[in-house]
Design a protein around this ligand. Structure first.
Ligand code: SAH
Length: 405
């Protein structure tokens, strides 16, 4: 696809550049390919000395793949001397030593010497020879320097158009000061250390829960090694959010076909309704069933709950506040609680049943009587704008904290 990566809205580069001279090129295909690569690297002035194919050449046009304007502007000459008549400096490219007392330069070095002349308004030519036998000695004799490529000496001769490519590339690299046409898109800003540390705290807490850090005397080294792995990655804010989500998904389980017994969001909603309707929101007082039920709820978050939890965990304003999800507070299981802040965050489902509402009101009264602050958020609000909800919660908690001071 010749047009791939080509931006037709961009103007062609028309800054002064060296002239490319092909001496008696034999194949139209090579002339076309040379024109194409010249256009790729900002060169436009092509001169042909007695080309073999009848001119214009359909094969050249085919291989030029859109660089027609270089072909159309190509000038034809009967001899190399005519072609270089207006040039103040000429470089002859060749794979062979011609035994002539002339500087022999790499493509890069030749461009270094040519560039200031072009800037000064001079006409400079780079000459290429025939496919079969390159440039004659007398043709090389007309040049100011020889350009030869660092190549495998046992197989030194490049295809004509590829030779043009190497020199043209060196030209453009220098002319554009090595600037690339595009860069990796910056999707998200680099994460501040605070956010990284909140992620470490989350990761390490979950690993602690599964007794990953064993034996105890290796704990410190293990933590440092683990942190270094993530530090080396130069994570963005988005990366950290994703990693938080990954850790929580592994730690708490997620809905999905692969996990037996895990409910989808609708089913999770109905499970909550069932608990609200039948148990009057209370959980049995024995330790075992309460823990079982709260684990069941944790494993089966509703969409709103999962969204909010992931956002809270990834947000540095909530780091260290000690929020937990679906844990028993007395006889109730609340959505999120921070025991240290004595604050409960509850998600109000969109279409709550009458029983559900009553149970929630009772639970709130129970919590309020025990000096818990309860913040209600609407499930629909979370699904519409989780960042907004998180910001509001952060502000409320902040206000709460400053009121206490
Ligand atoms: N068989 C010929 C090479 C022809 S290649 C010979 O022995 O000279 C066509 C042209 O590509 C050459 O005339 C030269 O201008 C360029 N070229 C090919 N290989 C090159 C190399 N290693 N160094 C410099 N120019 C080269």
């Amino acid at each position: 696809m010749p047009g791939a990566g080509t931006d037709k809205t961009k103007a062609w580069i028309a800054t002064p550049a060296p002239v490319v001279i092909l001496v008696e090129p034999q194949l139209g295909e090579n002339i076309g390919a040379a024109a194409r690569v010249m256009a790729n690297f900002g060169l436009s002035r092509l001169r042909l000395v007695k080309p073999k194919p009848a001119w214009p050449s359909p094969k050249a046009r085919m291989m030029a793949a859109g660089a027609d304007r270089v072909l159309e502007a190509a000038e034809l000459f009967d001899s190399l001397t005519d072609a270089i008549a207006d040039c103040s400096f000429v470089a002859a490219t060749t794979a062979r030593a011609h035994g002539q007392a002339k500087p022999v330069l790499s493509p890069e070095e030749s461009i270094r010497r040519i560039a200031p002349r072009i800037s000064a308004g001079e006409t400079v030519a780079i000459v290429f020879g025939r496919e079969r036998n390159g440039l004659e000695n007398d043709e090389v004799g007309l040049a100011d320097c020889i350009v030869t490529f660092p190549v495998n000496p046992a197989f030194a001769s490049l295809n004509l158009a590829q030779a043009v490519a190497l020199v043209s590339y060196e030209w453009f690299k220098r002319a554009a000061a090595g600037a690339l046409p595009f860069a990796m898109p910056e999707k998200s800003q680099a994460a501040p250390k605070e956010q990284l540390l909140a992620f470490f705290a989350n990761l390490e807490r979950e690993l602690e829960r599964v007794e990953f850090f064993r034996p105890a005397e290796k704990r410190e080294t293990m933590v440092i090694n683990l942190r270094n792995i993530f530090t080396r990655m130069q994570l963005t804010q988005q990366d950290i959010q994703t990693l938080h989500g990954v850790v929580m998904a592994i730690a708490e389980g997620r809905k999905g076909p692969a996990r037996g017994g895990v409910l989808d969001s609708d089913e999770a909603l109905r499970l909550r309704e069932l608990i609200a309707d039948h148990a009057a929101g209370r959980v049995p007082s024995e330790r075992g069933p309460v823990r079982g039920l709260s684990r069941l709820l944790r494993r089966n978050p509703t969409d709103a709950e999962r969204l909010l939890w992931e956002a809270l965990v990834a947000d540095r304003r909530f780091a260290g506040l000690g929020f937990k999800r679906q844990v028993p507070v007395g006889p109730h299981i609340v959505d999120f609680v921070s025991f240290s802040l004595r604050t409960v965050i509850e998600i109000a489902p969109a279409d709550e049943s009458v029983e559900g509402k009553t149970v929630r009101a009772e639970r709130h009264a129970w919590l309020a009587a025990r000096d818990y602050r309860v913040i209600d958020v609407a499930a629909a609000g979370i699904e519409a704008d989780v960042a907004g909800v998180v910001a509001r919660l952060a502000a409320e908690l902040d206000e709460n904290a400053s009121n206490k001071q």
